[in-house]
Design a binder for this molecule. Structure first.
Ligand SMILES: Cc1ncc(COP(=O)(O)O)c(C=O)c1O
Length: 555
């Protein structure tokens, strides 16, 4: 059997391949989006350099060329899914839009009061909210399938949950948090027995598994190109032709019509009935390049490689005794969700980020799953075929280091406490960061500063002092003396936020309202070299803290 050449595969992806000693990247956030190959990037260039024109409508050769490539991509998707008819492949902008299309077009026509839509507890918000919207519009109700301890749909429950009242069963092929394949065929079979339709959210499956629509026999299958090395802004809705033909258009506009008069409009045939307006031509043509790469890969070799990478990563993570997986058993695709005892998810992710390792924390757009499992969130590392065993080893080493920090990370706290008094705190923060260059060193400094923040007493950690907008919790308490100077105390459950709070408070403590309102926090953080390292969620958290400070000062 041919062996998968991971080094050759890495070389196809500039962002992976360009990772260097100095600016190293281990990209373990592939469930959010995968990297793009040079061919995909080149396809954009080629289209805009040589072919740019609108598809289908024009009577010139350039448009004929663009249309040919555009429709070739559709053919590739048909082949990729093994769909019976090309008319069953509808372009959308992503999984989310594909589900909204079905929920609104099919749902509003076919659902009525008391009809049931069956989902599972492990769905992405994209496969929950569109159904909630249509349930509100039609009076339908949502039922939720329970999960096993390994996080997949509990098969014994399906007979009771999927009944003659069920009109639609919409579940993920593979959850973006659990990483295990759901018993999709059995669920589809049960839905058929009661006359319900099925939608399978394949967002996490398409990048890792061969999908055969005819074997699955579902009515709808949806996915996004960006999860399988393709571009963002391109998605697919596969729909069984007989169902799509009965469904009304989702949106109106050009291209989706046959004839328009002010009295009546007749609609175009499939698939165009569902593709109003100018589509994402360049994106779809770039996606074609990703599909060509998939066609050329040795599927068995890449599957074998991913499987052994998954098992290896699982074993290595299991060796960390402080780590607990949110679901039992090794996942089927390399998506691992876990928590580390006594370490806030946020802190783990920031510490990894400081070493150039990209992972994701939070609820992963699956808040109901987090509630079901009794968690606030978790850390997720998700790998793709360009990731290596060595990268896994490096991440494991760093996780171990985070859990048991080396001496250099802990020893200076007493020194730090003695280094400055409150009055020169602001200057001391500036001095401290002035001579540091790397994000790793800045991160260490933030963590050290965090240690010097006194814990806020329990009575001061209440609804009033709580700051929303952070992934972690933060509390801010303020006092003002008779001369109008403000003194803030603060706390957070994440160490990194505690460090950032010290930095923020150093700028505001002892100032009056006018000084606080006039202070430019953005410049301050820019000068400290922190802005570019703060992820959007941490940056939002920080903004929320600063806004609260300014509001307390009367802003
Ligand atoms: C299982 C699942 N469904 C739906 C989505 C939504 O995909 P998109 O944002 O590309 O529409 C995602 C994205 O992470 C996902 O993992």
């Amino acid at each position: 059997m041919a062996k998968f050449d991971v080094q050759a595969f890495r070389e196809l992806f500039p962002l992976i391949n360009n990772s260097s000693e100095v600016d190293s990247l281990i990209y373990f956030d592939n469930a959010a989006t995968t990297q793009k190959s040079a061919q995909v990037i080149q396809a954009y260039q080629d289209y805009y350099h040589n072919i740019n024109s609108n598809v289908h409508r024009a009577s010139h050769q350039l448009s004929a060329k663009a249309t040919l490539l555009f429709e070739h991509a559709r053919k590739q998707v048909q082949h990729f899914l093994n769909a019976k008819h090309i008319q069953e492949i509808i372009w959308t902008k992503g999984t989310t839009e594909s589900i909204n299309l079905v929920a609104q077009s099919w749902g509003r026509t076919n659902l009525g009061k008391g009809d049931e839509i069956v989902l599972s507890h492990a769905e992405h918000h994209a496969n929950i909210v569109p159904w909630q919207l249509v349930a509100e519009q039609t009076g339908a109700v949502i039922k939720v399938l329970p999960l096993t301890a390994s996080g997949i749909i509990d098969l014994p429950s399906i007979n009771d949950m999927i009944t003659t009242k069920t009109k639609m069963v919409s579940i993920s092929h593979i959850s973006n948090v659990v990483g295990k394949v759901n018993p999709v065929k059995e669920v589809v079979q049960r839905a058929k027995e009661v006359g319900a339709l099925t939608l399978i959210d394949g967002a996490q499956a398409v990048g890792h598994q061969k999908v055969d629509i005819q074997k699955l026999d579902c009515d709808f299958y949806v996915f996004s190109a960006h999860k399988m090395f393709g571009p963002t802004g391109v998605g697919v809705l596969y729909g069984r032709r007989s169902e799509l033909e009965k469904m009304p258009p989702y949106q109106g506009g050009g291209e989706m019509i046959k004839k328009v008069t002010f009295e009546k409009t007749s609609f175009n045939s499939l698939p165009f009935k569902f593709e109003p307006g100018t589509p994402n031509i360049s994106g779809i043509i770039a996606f074609s390049a990703a599909l060509t790469m998939h066609e050329q890969l040795d599927n068995q070799a890449i599957t074998n490689y991913e499987r052994s990478l998954t098992q290896y990563c699982y074993q290595q993570l299991t060796s960390i005794k402080e780590l607990s997986f949110i679901c039992q058993h090794c996942p089927d695709i390399p998506v691992f969700s876990f928590q580390i005892n006594a370490h806030h998810n946020h802190d783990v992710a920031t510490a990894l980020d400081a070493k150039g390792i990209a992972v994701r924390t939070g609820h992963h757009c699956a808040m109901p799953l987090m509630q079901y499992l009794g968690l606030e969130g978790c850390i997720r590392i998700s790998l793709a075929a360009y990731n290596t065993f060595e990268e896994v080893d490096q991440v494991i080493d760093i996780l171990k280091e985070i859990i048991t920090p080396k001496e250099r990370d802990t020893k200076t706290i007493d020194d730090i406490k003695n280094e400055s008094t409150e009055s020169d705190e602001y200057q001391s923060v500036i001095e401290r960061f002035k001579s540091i260059n790397s994000w790793d060193a800045r991160h260490r400094e933030i963590m050290l500063l965090g240690k010097r923040l006194n814990k806020l007493s329990v009575d001061k950690r209440n609804e009033e002092t709580l700051i929303t907008g952070c992934e972690s919790n933060a509390w801010l308490y303020s006092e003002q003396n008779s001369s109008g100077q403000f003194y803030f105390t603060a706390d957070s459950d994440a160490k990194v936020i505690r460090g950032l709070l010290v930095i923020v408070l150093a700028a505001f403590n002892g100032k009056n309202a006018q000084q606080i309102l006039a202070f430019n926090v953005k410049d301050y953080f820019e000068n400290l070299g922190l802005i570019k390292h703060l992820s959007p969620s941490r940056s939002n958290g920080l903004t929320a803290i600063v806004e609260r400070v300014k509001r307390l000062a009367g802003g």
